[in-house]
Design a protein around this ligand. Sequence first.
Ligand SMILES: [Zn+2]
Ligand SMILES: [Zn+2]
Ligand SMILES: [Zn+2]
Ligand SMILES: [Zn+2]
Ligand SMILES: [Zn+2]
Length: 336
Amino acid sequence: MPTANGPKVPLDSLQQQLELLLVCSKCSVKENEITYHPQEVEHKCMYEILLARCRSRKNRGTAWRKVSRRPGFPNPARYAVCRYYVMGMGCNRHKNQCTFAWSVEEAMVWNFEREHQLERRWLKAAVLQAQLGAHSAATPHLTASAAGEITSEFGGHFQEICKRCFFGCPQRITVGGCGWPCETHHSWDPLLVHVVLDSQKKQQYTAIRPCPEFIDTLNYCRFVSRGQPCRHGPQRCQFAHSDVEMAVWEAEREQGLLRSDLLPSVGTGRANGKPAAPAPVQFYCNICLVTCSSQESFENHCSSIEHVQMLSADSSMQWVHRAPPLGLTRFSLCSR
Ligand SMILES: [Zn+2]
Ligand SMILES: [Zn+2]
Ligand SMILES: [Zn+2]
Ligand SMILES: [Zn+2]
Ligand SMILES: [Zn+2]
């Protein structure tokens, strides 16, 4: 959470163009992925979500827009709004991998952060100070949990799946734990994943690998940043492959985040005190973000027009894993 004694933030210059406000899920109503309506409620605010609104009438910008975390990569000279973004539908080209801003307001804040080399937490601290100064009666209780901050910032949810199944080929999503081992691997070695379901029922699974222990400064993987597959190997690479992975790593290091706080509390999904049987194994296409319940339907998917079109659609997408080979009827591990 924001603290004092950070760098000086020249907030005035930004505030000439934008109004800024920190809210939480209790004191704002979400209309779509970028539009929020702040509301007055009696509550202990978590101040997790940064909103911005244009001051100029020209932009007809009377709505508050959510300002997400600035993407760790790429690092363009100026941030711009994605041409393929449709309000309420998301980006129809880069999907969940879109690294462009989704509103003028967001682009302005990102350009400001970049110009002044500001970390988001320093900007939030300055905004909060300005915001509470205006209603000085309220003394803040900065009790926002690190887990709550990440969940409200990235949406979706976290869960544990079989690590070997997820990093295997083809990729599989195997849920287990609580006494249920992976049926393929006869053991339970979990991997934390961040799961986002979008409005078109696509599911994106992002691995949150263990935070690297012996590296002083956390960084993004240079291969993945360039949109290439990681050549360190995803399980050995010590660099972040996504913003959500970086956010979890930072929170673990700086705020003592426990991974268990990100997971749904134990006891959900249980019947009569006994853990319920986990959902069946799913095959996962990380290009189309769809899951299939059998190897056969997965192979059918891989030869479908939809999949082939996605493969050739946009080479600028950032792939973390290789695409499953086309036209094969059985998959096996490379002997090398
Ligand atoms: Zn609030
Ligand atoms: Zn986009
Ligand atoms: Zn497994
Ligand atoms: Zn890497
Ligand atoms: Zn596919």
